[in-house]
Design a protein around this ligand. Structure first.
Ligand SMILES: *Cc1c(COP(=O)(O)O)cnc(C)c1O
Length: 360
């Protein structure tokens, strides 16, 4: 067996330990004679998995009694709509910050629902950038403020979350549980699982309970947060296998020392990779402004597009997969989520040195 160095942006690398457990348990889960996928979502075997997933995510994120953990479907993209459908009442305004491709998509959906005020737009800036969140003119009485903690394509990341008077809503799809933060600052956070939490098909939502009752009861039942909140995400059949893998990932994260523990590892990985281009005499140039560099999605350019193509091709031949930047921005990108180990960083930085020596 030979595993690739997986730098995919999403779906992305999963911890090998988790895959091995899933493999072992696939055909006979806990001596039940069937796969967890074949169990009823109302039965004892799945119930224990579901409860542990909720409990572990609660521990990892510091969830208190005034918040609720939900496992939904439809990806982060459905949250772009579900957030305003639930929280943006008639005649109200929602504040949005446009920091890039993902924030732009969230804005587009919210505009279909109600009134949106764009506080700042750095989505077209090069090098990629974000505004100073403490200096924005937030709308008094806004229904909520929406931000994107990590722009997966641009490679920028919010370094310090603002303290907003209105509930702060955050798309954390590409950096959830990669670093410690204070949940108390947020009204709602959401993340598609396929970057840092598990496979695609599960969406994590953590909502402050006072926001659960905001949605109009005329909203279709499945779109109301209160529906899944009342039923502990078991109103209908949840994506049971995805939640099972997410539970295994949450166990793995707890063993790493939780968010603070994994953050230490992630910072060491990112520091090493950024140092490789900062020490390249300008051969590799970071795409994001320095103080906003993401520790999850590292973006850079080479001296020409021809060299970028050659770089990606040669890296792929060495089993370093997923280094091509998003088609909308070009260049290179290494997504170094929680499950990407230091061995992958070492392989990449050593290849970068060789490549520069041969093509510099
Ligand atoms: C990947 C990503 C999304 C889209 O997630 P889906 O689950 O595919 O809908 C949204 N926001 C961010 C920041 C992302 O990285």
């Amino acid at each position: 067996m030979s595993r690739a160095f997986n730098f995919n942006a999403g779906p992305a690398a999963l911890p090998l330990e988790v895959l091995e457990i899933a493999q072992k348990e696939l055909i006979d889960f806990n001596g039940t004679g069937m796969s967890i996928m074949e169990h009823s979502h109302r039965g004892k075997a799945y119930d224990a998995v579901h409860a542990e997933a909720v409990a572990n995510i609660g521990k990892l994120l510091g969830v208190t009694d005034d918040y609720q953990v939900l496992f939904l479907q439809g990806g982060a993209s459905l949250q772009f709509a579900q957030v305003p459908l639930n929280l943006l009442g008639e005649g109200q305004t929602a504040d949005y910050v446009n920091t890039g491709a993902w924030a732009s998509k969230a804005i587009k959906e919210a505009q279909k629902v109600g009134k949106v005020n764009i506080l700042a737009d750095t989505s077209k800036e090069i090098p990629t950038n974000m505004p100073d969140f403490d200096a924005l003119a937030y709308t008094p009485g806004a229904a909520y403020v929406h931000v994107t903690s990590n722009e997966t394509i641009a490679g920028t990341q919010i370094q310090k979350f603002p303290n907003t008077a209105s509930p702060l809503v955050c798309d954390m799809s590409s950096d959830i549980l990669s670093r410690a933060f204070d949940l108390k600052q947020f009204g709602l956070i959401y993340a598609g699982a396929q970057k840092n939490l598990g496979p695609s098909g599960v969406t994590l939502v953590v909502i402050r309970k006072d926001l659960l009752e905001r949605a109009p009861t005329t909203l279709p039942t499945m779109l109301q947060y209160r529906t899944q909140a009342k039923e502990n995400s078991l109103y209908n059949t949840p994506p049971t296998f995805g939640i099972y893998i997410l539970m295994l990932v949450s166990r793995w994260l707890l063993a790493k020392g939780g968010a603070a523990g994994i953050e230490k590892i992630n910072r060491a990985k990112a520091d090493k990779l950024y140092a490789a281009f900062d020490n390249s005499g300008g051969y590799y140039r970071g795409s994001a402004v320095k103080h906003l560099r993401s520790i999850m999605n590292v973006t850079w350019r080479l001296p020409s597009e021809e060299l970028e193509e050659k770089f990606i091709k040669e890296a792929t031949a060495l089993k370093m997969i997923g280094l091509k930047g998003h088609r909308s921005v070009g260049g290179c990108r290494a997504s170094i989520y929680n499950a990407v180990g230091m061995d992958a960083i070492d392989a990449l930085t050593s290849f970068m040195k060789d490549f520069q020596a041969k093509n510099g």
